[in-house]
Design a protein around this ligand. Sequence first.
Ligand SMILES: NC(=O)c1ccc[n+]([C@@H]2O[C@H](COP(=O)([O-])OP(=O)(O)OC[C@H]3O[C@@H](n4cnc5c(N)ncnc54)[C@H](OP(=O)(O)O)[C@@H]3O)[C@@H](O)[C@H]2O)c1
Length: 305
Amino acid sequence: MRVLAQIGAALKLYMVGLKVLLYQLFHRPFASPVLPVQCGKVAIVTGGARGLGYEVARQLTGLGMHVIIVDFEFLDLASMDSVRRFVRRFEDRRLPLHTLINNAAVMLVPEGKTEDGFEQHFAVNYLGHFLLTRLLLGVLVRSGTTKACSRIISICSAAHYTADTDLQDLRSMRHYSPYAAYSRSKLAQVLFTYQLQQELQSGGFAVTANAVDPGMVDTDLYRNLSTPAWLAQRPIARLLFRTASQAAGTAVFTVASPELEGVGGCYLYEGKRVQSSAASYDAELQARLWRSSCDLLGLPESELA
Ligand SMILES: NC(=O)c1ccc[n+]([C@@H]2O[C@H](COP(=O)([O-])OP(=O)(O)OC[C@H]3O[C@@H](n4cnc5c(N)ncnc54)[C@H](OP(=O)(O)O)[C@@H]3O)[C@@H](O)[C@H]2O)c1
């Protein structure tokens, strides 16, 4: 039963990967229009020390933004304590915050629990970012204006299209499949983005939340593949995956484009707004995930900022 579930989840993920690769084979990478300078603005990029996060940070710095690259040493998203400590340290610096990029992630990690007892993909990719975003909302709200909203961007993945919607059981490792766990954590990020946008809009806050799908990118994210799968992946990655520099384009566009001023609740891929999975638009699922995440973290459901 467990083996079949694992094979099913892996196959679904590989099929989506194949579809993305076919798209990338026939389309040039998104080339962003010239973006306005961002001098005086401050951004936080999680997992910004390498891979896609590093490139996003580098390109935002090129636009004049002050970018705080957060790596493991200062923020371990697997530890909710570490998230709270990081936010306290950031607040001590009394800086504004105009952009938060929830980028860090793990993929296909073996079965295991974090110090808080959560499944690892769930904790790092989703719950740690949920907590980080909630704790930073106050400063994001204070830093935004109606003409220049603060922007929250979550780096999601096409893997979310393959996720099952059994979010009630997100924490547990029943029938653990690393493929299913990664996909579910990415669906959770999209659901969170939409619910957050809804809450921000109804509260009248000058902050927007969007999801960005970078496509398939040649980074170390694939390091947990089995050795044969990794060896098979290398030539394909060199040929068909986007480089981190190319893939960063949509995230940077989402941060700085005037076209997206005041626009939230979108799923962006290759610089365009596209449909995410049907499940991600399920308002009941969004609300349920929001409530259970608040419960798990001891946060109030409202009182956003
Ligand atoms: N690569 C792709 O094909 C692809 C496709 C779709 C979506 N994405 C998404 O793109 C984003 C960036 O991934 P990437 O491809 O750049 O992968 P990557 O090169 O593996 O980078 C992931 C980053 O996350 C950090 N990280 C991992 N665990 C962490 C933790 N517990 N606390 C804090 N930081 C942690 C890593 O830090 P360390 O270096 O210290 O480990 C690293 O900086 C992810 O959200 C991923 O899901 C990637």
